[in-house]
Design a protein around this ligand. Structure first.
Ligand code: NCD
Ligand code: ZN
Length: 358
């Protein structure tokens, strides 16, 4: 049984919900699911209800996570349409980065005018990451700001051949950019929409086989830095409604699907693991913690099924797919927090990796 040790697995792109959306997910339910999936830490996006766009809301979220999280965590501050950049200096030390939504999705944080985007870029004066939702030509618009302001920028959920081309050039030019890709764009395409229905709707949307191939090639060539889940749970009722929201859960299936890709010979094991641990630590400037690691049996094979999922929403767009890996143990700061069956850390065990609660 090949047991592999992963040093500090982190998902830098999750929507943990809670607050007014605790019907979808809670800090407790999702951080338990994260630990059982091997994670040391997860970073939460700001398009919550209410959105994380001022200091009071940020501090409320930090306090709740501090009391409820089972694993370590980070929180993004959200750039807002009604200019909130005056807050940046006060809040920067407590967050993992700034999130700017440049194309529409769940929530109301869309910033569509380039002059507004530039104001946020100009005001973000720390060297912490700016994480951007930018699709297709919007990637070019953001790259012009990276060129001007030189802020480290992580391009979330890159999903098309066109975007890969732009970012290949940006990296060749030495711009401080990093690239995240999600398993749903690697394992599903528009051809799956007929069978998935609303459970296959997310932003960015599923793409063509050609786009999917470009993503795999970008992984093979070492261009992709991070595999992130974009864990965005919605309830069955919401997905079955007349206007199903965009977003799919993914925390529990990301490592298993990447281990399947390793089994399929698509990429080396080391690379798959680094894209979920060391590369994230490097980009978000996190020092690895001693005695913080995950042991996984990478040969264990299974079919993804509803019944074995822990996230509150209770479904996965990957149901029926073969996946690999059984998490045997998770250790955080010298504590055994998962023993292969049960989450052992209490709520509130998790810490903010980016400073203390105010
Ligand atoms: C996300 C959500 O539901 O919060 N949805 C999605 O389709 N990915 C929002 C987002 O990250 O775009
Ligand atoms: Zn997201």
């Amino acid at each position: 049984m090949p047991i592999v040790k992963i040093h500090g697995m982190i998902d830098p792109h999750t929507h943990l919900r809670d607050l007014d959306w605790s019907n979808k997910a809670t800090f407790t339910s999702e951080t338990q699911a994260a630990i059982a999936s091997g994670y040391w830490a997860v970073f939460d996006m700001p398009n919550t209800a209410p959105s994380t766009t001022d200091e009071a809301r940020l501090d409320d979220k930090l306090k709740r996570l501090d009391g409820g999280a089972h694993c370590d965590w980070g929180v993004y501050f959200g750039a807002s349409q009604i200019d909130n950049s005056a807050e940046y200096e006060r809040i920067a030390s407590r967050v993992c980065g700034l999130k700017i939504y440049n194309n529409s999705t769940t929530g109301d944080l869309l910033i569509s005018r380039q002059t507004d985007r530039e104001r946020h870029y100009g005001a973000w004066s720390t060297n912490k990451v700016i994480a951007v939702h930018a699709e297709e030509e919007t990637v070019s618009a953001i790259l012009s700001l990276v060129r001007k302001y030189r802020q480290p920028t992580h391009f979330l959920h890159i999903s098309s051949a066109y975007e890969i081309n732009l970012l290949t050039k940006a990296k060749a030019d030495g711009l401080p950019v990093s690239i995240g890709v999600c398993p749903h764009h690697l394992f599903l395409t528009i051809d799956d929409l007929a069978s998935l229905g609303p459970y296959g709707l997310m932003k960015p949307e599923l793409k063509t086989k050609r786009d999917q191939q470009a993503l795999w090639q970008a992984i093979e060539s070492g261009l992709v830095d991070v595999i992130e889940s974009d864990h965005a749970p919605h309830t069955f009722a919401e997905k079955e409604s007349a206007n199903p929201p965009y977003g799919v859960p993914g925390l529990e299936t990301t490592l298993p699907l990447m281990l399947r890709a390793v089994q399929d010979g698509r990429l080396p094991l080391d690379q798959a693991i680094n894209m979920q641990s060391l590369n994230v630590q490097r980009i978000w400037r996190i020092s690895p913690l001693p005695k913080t690691y995950t042991l996984v049996d990478t040969d264990h094979s299974y079919i993804i099924e509803r019944g074995s999922l822990r996230a509150k929403c209770g479904w996965s767009p990957f149901e029926g797919l073969r996946a690999y890996g059984k998490i045997l143990e998770v250790w955080i700061r010298g504590h055994l927090v998962f023993d292969g069956e049960n989450v052992l850390s209490p709520p509130g065990f998790g810490r903010n990796l980016f400073g203390l609660v105010a």
